[in-house]
Design a protein around this ligand. Structure first.
Ligand code: UN1
Length: 512
């Protein structure tokens, strides 16, 4: 039955025939090296995609630029109306697309569906935002003068996305970029290209009706052929990159070198502070969802727990009991809470980190085993989520390993917790569990968490789309999704209009 399910999911999304790796308003035949897509849960080959190369990339950019010139003239609320129709299409395909996320990327079905919901949510948000691209008006110091700012469309936005959120993070960028009047070119992760093809097949027809399909360009290709070209391309004023800090640093330097704009969503090293005043009935499940959810492969995954000495034994005991209840297995199956890692490299990376952790003196509390590897009967990349006692200064704790490893770190008090909390290179998401308003507010204050996201009595992951998403330091400083993140996708223009019959100069200068 599993095999039939897979085929029916692929068929429903139009992925069962010959696939192309490039869309530029129409699907362009591609003939580059084949990308083989395997399901991380079973090892089964889901598809083979002939990749796009330089020529197809060029077609996408040219078509996107031409479409942009028309799109920017459409009033923003009418652009919003088109995005509204896209949200409707996503709603209609939520079940199938959510299942595809699970098949291709390995997160459990509940999370696959949640990811598509996140894309629907941002589409809805973008519709409202399309009537709220507000600029300020200022009071001129000169008589008979008016001053204001306007926000204009920017151009082509290149979106380079990661495997772990193969639909939602692209949607954060593209839905907002579209209402801002931009075109998009998507280079998805080679580990999740089917989600990109399916999403484009669902959404682009809405734009095709307007003759503007090329606004949602898609290029599946290697970094050499496509990624580097996109990053270096002066016709692409904005690059939004999600991925590792190492690659993000290179992307940032290249885009800055041509004075382009970039939005960077890089690694996290997210911690939860659990004080003596924490409600552990909330904290324990929040830690489990944060650390085990998506098999530890969210940017926002809880990687460190900074726990008050006095309650550390109890927290450890309760976490072990909770981890023991986590059902690991086929991510499509009911009741599974933890699916596989994305591939064998991720499994090896986790094992390497655990080895290094032991050498540095971390103590294994729970889990960490490889449950099966490629070549085993199931072919999946399953591991047992792991808990370790560690200290914050260990090099394994300072690095992000994209796997379910949770470091328990004991601290004497809130001062020490905050100091250690901030003593890592990354600054994405953070949380405190405390029912004491003084502790909670201090954590959120200027002397508290240094992260882009700081929560009280909820976990580090699973943010809603309404807020700005992103983080500081090695996380890259970008903000996407809600709040005023839309401003990054537009260009600001300051206007001064003289409606008087004089020509006074600013700063009181008299000239001639
Ligand atoms: C990511 O891991 O790249 O807050 C994004 C969350 C999700 C998005 C994560 N809404 O966990």
């Amino acid at each position: 039955t599993a095999a039939r399910d897979v085929q029916s999911i692929l068929r429903e999304l139009g992925l069962d025939g010959q696939l192309s790796g490039a869309y530029a308003g129409e699907w362009i035949p591609t003939s580059g090296p084949e990308l083989e897509v395997r399901s991380p849960g079973t090892g089964e080959v889901l598809a083979r995609i002939p990749q796009a190369g330089a020529a197809e990339y060029e077609r996408c950019v040219e078509a996107a630029q031409a479409a942009f010139l028309k799109w920017r003239e459409k009033p923003a609320p009418l652009r919003g109306e088109i995005v509204r129709r896209m949200g409707e299409r996503l709603r209609a395909k939520k079940d199938a697309l959510g299942a595809l996320v699970t098949l291709e990327m390995g997160k459990i079905l509940q999370e696959g569906l949640g990811e598509v919901q996140e894309a629907i949510d941002i589409a809805d948000f973008a519709v409202g935002q399309s009537r709220m691209l507000y600029g300020l008006s200022m009071h001129s110091e000169r008589p008979g003068h008016a001053m204001r700012e306007q926000w204009h469309p920017l151009g082509i936005c290149g979106v380079i996305s990661a495997f772990n959120f193969p639909v939602a993070v692209w949607a954060w960028n593209s839905m907002i970029a579209l209402i801002c009047g931009d075109a998009c070119i998507w280079k998805p992760s080679p580990k999740a290209p089917l989600c990109a093809i399916a999403t484009t097949k669902i959404l682009a027809p809405v734009l095709e009706e307007e003759g503007l399909g090329a606004l949602l360009g898609l290029v599946i290709g290697t970094n050499e052929e496509v990624g580097e070209r996109l990053v270096a391309d002066r016709r692409v004023p904005l690059i939004s990159f999600t991925g590792s800090t190492r690659v993000g640093r290179e992307v940032a330097a290249k885009v800055a070198g041509r004075l382009g704009k970039s939005i960077l969503e890089l690694g996290g090293n997210n911690a939860m502070v659990v004080t003596e005043n924490a409600d552990l009935d909330l904290a324990i499940p929040a830690i489990v969802f944060g650390s085990v959810g998506t098999c530890g492969q969210r940017c926002t995954t809880t990687r460190r727990v900074l726990v008050a000495d006095a309650i550390a034994d109890e927290v450890e005991r309760r976490l072990v009991a909770a981890y023991d209840q986590v059902r690991i297995g086929n991510p499509l199956a009911d009741g599974t809470l933890c699916g596989p890692l994305i591939d064998s490299h991720a499994v090896e990376g986790m094992q390497r980190t655990l080895e290094e952790a032991k050498q540095e003196g971390a103590e294994l509390v729970y889990g960490g085993e490889v449950l099966s590897l490629d070549g085993d009967e199931s072919g999946g990349h399953y591991v047992k989520p792991c808990i370790m006692r560690a200290s914050n200064s260990m090099s394994v704790v300072q690095h992000e390993t994209f796997a379910p490893i949770l470091y328990l770190i004991r601290v004497a008090d809130l001062d020490e917790a905050i100091a250690q909390h901030n003593d890592v290179p990354q600054g994405l998401s953070s949380a405190i569990f405390s029912s004491d308003v003084r502790e909670a507010e201090r954590f959120l204050s200027a002397v508290g968490s240094d992260c882009g996201i700081a929560n009280v009595n909820i976990g580090t992951s699973g943010a809603e789309i309404g807020g700005a998403f992103g983080g500081e330091k090695d996380t890259g400083g970008g903000r996407e999704s809600g709040s005023d993140a839309w401003k990054a996708y537009m260009r600001r223009q300051t206007n001064t209009v003289n409606w008087s019959r004089e020509l006074p100069l600013a700063q009181g200068i008299s000239f001639g």
